[in-house]
Design a protein around this ligand. Structure first.
Ligand SMILES: Cc1cc2nc3c(=O)[nH]c(=O)nc-3n(C[C@H](O)[C@H](O)[C@H](O)COP(=O)(O)O)c2cc1C
Length: 403
């Protein structure tokens, strides 16, 4: 089987409230190794050589991001763990935090050492309020045991999906309304309070301690040419075994949803959340990797009873609600798309809409300021391509000729 536990190595093995159980599993050994045996540059070189890329959706090379921040001459720098996890259908970071808070703390301290940051933040999704106590306890125990001299502050999210986007997230920490910033400059040069800042997804950081302990070569042997290591997926929808699964990169969608999550009569799979791909059953052998389809690992399975228009309409409702409103292509585009798909949803679609949708999609992709507006059209375009029959069935009496 393609299952392999790297990120989830300690989940359901250690007691997340007791640091001793973490220490018994090589806990804080990677931080010790980094500090005692490696220069910050060597740590960055190791992470670069591992091929680790961001698990938060964009896939940016982790070591390169760290290097950019390291090279900045500013005295104050920051590291942020992005635990906002607002993507539709994702719950893997919650599972990680619930079961292994210590690894994240260790990883933040390693990142801080490599980049030269004095302070780290964990930006925690507002709905994960119940985890504050667990994380506070983990930081406290690590300090009491003399394992952590790095300052880590917990910040609660603002309850908005867009606050998971890195620049909106920084605005939120600064106490402002979470809105996208114009880029460049990028966070590694000018981030939190205009200081160099590294923002990494929780899962990305969880890979750091094992990479430091086992070496870049060990890590880069797993996966495909462009996608090294493993990926953690949140699987939900029409499956018999929903849950969190960690697979070697490049495993197939079939292995995940049919073999592990035990889905039956699959009609389509939404991979990557509300702005993700909608793949028909015919593409079930697609490999899960940056080269093909991945996102942050949200996998929603839909069986033969489902209509593609329903799925797309729900995704659009989410995006229209969550748009920060700063740029017109996203603010207006998400609403207009929802309006059009809403017509089909009610069985009042118009044939001319089928021509308008791809044009609107192109504008949103090209002109939106961030991933929210840029990816909103993805499920629309996929559904038009793979499930055109569902649209044809929803053209109303006044909707014009079928095309
Ligand atoms: C609308 C939107 C929401 C996002 N939400 C999250 C999130 O909840 N968690 C996350 O790690 N990244 C999220 N991202 C991606 C971040 O902007 C950023 O790329 C990521 O935190 C970088 O970490 P990584 O390189 O380790 O993946 C979001 C992006 C967009 C456009």
């Amino acid at each position: 089987m393609p299952e392999k536990k790297v990120v989830l190595r300690n989940c359901r093995v250690i007691d997340p409230r007791q640091i001793d159980s973490y220490l018994a599993r090589d806990g804080f050994q990677a931080l010790k190794k980094a500090r005692d045996e490696m220069t910050p540059e060597q740590v960055i070189a190791e992470v670069k050589a591992s091929g680790l890329r961001g698990r938060g959706g964009a896939g940016f090379p982790c070591g390169l991001k760290w290097e950019l921040a390291r090279k900045s001459q500013e005295a104050e720098k920051y590291i942020i763990a992005n635990a906002d996890e607002g993507e539709m259908g994702t719950f893997k970071d919650r599972y990680i935090l619930e079961n292994d808070p210590f690894s994240l703390i260790e990883a933040l301290a390693i990142a801080g050492y490599a980049v030269g940051a004095e302070k780290g933040y964990i930006y925690l999704r507002a709905e994960y309020h119940n985890l504050l106590d667990l994380l506070t306890n983990a930081i406290k125990q690590a300090k009491q045991k003399g394992r952590l001299d790095f300052d880590i502050e917990l910040r609660e999210g603002a309850g908005a999906y867009v606050c998971g986007e890195e620049t909106a997230l920084m605005d939120s920490i600064e106490g402002k309304r979470g809105e996208i910033r114009y880029r460049p400059p990028y966070p590694p040069t000018k981030g939190l309070w205009q200081r160099p800042t590294v923002i990494n997804n929780v899962e990305t950081l969880m890979n750091i301690p094992p990479i430091i302990l086992n070496g870049a070569g060990w890590f880069s042997k797993m996966g495909t040419a462009e996608s090294k290591g493993t990926k953690v997926f949140s699987v939900s929808g029409d499956v018999n075994k929903p849950g969190v699964y960690e697979l070697v990169m490049g495993s197939s969608l079939r292995e995940l949803v049919a073999a592990l999550a035990q889905a039956e009569r699959v009609r389509m799979v939404q991979v990557g959340g509300a702005g993700g791909r909608i793949l028909p059953y015919a593409m079930i052998d697609t490999s899960l990797a940056y080269e093909s389809v991945l996102g942050a690992g949200a996998v929603i399975v839909l069986d033969e009873s489902r209509d593609a228009i329903d799925v797309v309409y729900k995704s659009l409702e989410f995006m229209a609600e969550e748009s920060c409103g700063k740029c017109a292509p996203c603010r207006e585009g998400t609403e207009v798309m929802m309006e059009i798909i809403g017509r089909f949803w009610r069985g009042e679609g118009e044939a001319r809409d089928l021509k308008i949708l791809p044009e609107l999609a192109e504008v949103m992709r090209l002109a939106s300021l961030c991933g929210l507006g840029q990816t909103t059209p993805t499920p629309v375009i996929d559904s038009l391509q793979y499930f055109s029959g569902d649209y044809q069935n929803k053209i109303g009496a006044k909707g014009g000729a079928r095309v």
